[in-house]
Design a protein around this ligand. Structure first.
Ligand SMILES: NC(=O)C1=CN([C@@H]2O[C@H](COP(=O)(O)OP(=O)(O)OC[C@H]3O[C@@H](n4cnc5c(N)ncnc54)[C@H](OP(=O)(O)O)[C@@H]3O)[C@@H](O)[C@H]2O)C=CC1
Ligand SMILES: O=C(CO)COP(=O)(O)O
Length: 295
């Protein structure tokens, strides 16, 4: 299949590598790079299948300024919620492309491991199951694909787990032990499922690869940028320093702000996400957050 990956950050390049195993794939990004098959935006937009690996906060502006609808089918690869509006990515993309041409990829997938062709299993979600099957069938042999039609569940899982990963990094950074981390991840899973149900997500989606699968991964590994944000908070670093040292996107930070905004508006109880928000936005002492969560 003829595809283009848009966004050549860590995840865009890993997906370019993965889909290139069995497909004709090109890649485009804002900043030109020395990558084989790096093409112009116009050439990328010519492809029938697009993989969008632009971070959530920049999607709307990018679509407004650069996208031309030529009937492309799109696989959305970012994981986050837009802070300024609280919009989910499906709400943004459907302003530009009908939902039957949109699919979403989620599940445990550190870019660095996908780039090394290490095995994993991922989920492709779309209200158009035939489209999800198409993307899934074109994954490389080292990735097992599953399809599902709960787009909201997949999106909420992918975005929310980044926030719980920050909390988990704090937990480990403070040396609170394995029991505490398992308790936090478990309650985090309940919290994200409860949040998702408010928006019509199915509970079982949170037990899937895109939910528990990605949460367990991200909330327990230093390979996760979000987890490392939490480690930095536990060390008492300020957000500016943490993000500068990270040098890559940590979607959990803007997503925590978005969750706070949504929770306030809709009066939803999100104890862990609210503590993450308080630590990153109000400089709350992590020890105090632990105390309040235990209360
Ligand atoms: N890394 C991972 O393991 C995984 C990441 N994801 C998700 O994928 C998304 C991208 O992450 P990742 O690739 O790792 O991030 P990186 O920090 O590696 O790269 C971000 C990319 O976004 C592009 N970008 C940033 N701002 C803009 C903008 N205003 N307009 C257009 N492009 C912009 C940059 O393009 P350029 O460099 O050309 O300027 C850069 O290539 C995130 O939502 C992340 O949560 C999902 C699964 C795994
Ligand atoms: O989503 C990811 C793995 O599935 C990557 O997580 P981080 O952005 O925290 O590195």
């Amino acid at each position: 299949m003829k595809m283009a990956v848009i966004g050549a950050g860590k995840w865009g390049q890993a997906l370019y590598h993965a889909f290139s195993q069995d497909n004709d794939v090109v890649i485009y990004s804002r900043t030109p790079r020395e990558i084989e098959h790096f093409v112009s935006l116009d050439e990328a937009l010519e492809r029938e299948y697009l993989v969008m690996a632009i971070p959530a906060q920049f999607v709307r502006k990018w679509m407004e300024e650069h996208f031309e609808d030529r009937g492309q089918k799109i696989l959305v690869a970012a994981k986050g919620i837009e802070t300024s509006t609280g919009a989910f990515l499906n709400e943004i993309y459907t302003q530009f492309v009908p939902e039957d041409r949109l699919a979403y990829i989620s599940g445990p997938s550190f870019a660095t491991e996908v780039q090394q062709s290490l095995p994993t299993a991922l989920m492709i979600s779309s209200t158009n199951l035939a489209l999800a099957e198409t993307f899934s069938a074109h994954l490389p042999s080292y990735i097992k694909g599953y399809v599902d039609d709960d787009v909201v569940g997949a999106e909420v899982s992918g975005a929310y787990k980044n926030v719980i990963a920050i909390a988990s990094g704090v937990c480990d950074g403070l040396g609170l032990g394995n029991n505490a981390r398992a308790a936090l991840i478990s309650r985090g899973l309940v919290e994200m499922a409860r949040f998702g149900s408010t928006f019509g997500a199915r509970t079982e989606t949170f037990l899937s690869l895109g939910g528990a699968g990605d949460l367990f991964l991200t909330a327990s590994s230093k390979l996760s940028r979000n987890y490392r944000v939490g480690l930095g908070l536990a060390e008492g670093k300020d957000m500016e320093t943490i993000l500068e040292e990270l040098g890559e996107v940590a979607e959990g930070v803007p997503t925590a702000r978005a969750l706070h905004k949504i929770a306030q508006e809709k009066k939803i109880y999100l104890p862990i996400a609210e503590e993450v928000y308080a630590m990153i936005e109000e400089g709350k002492d992590p020890h105090e957050s632990v105390h309040d969560l235990l209360g």
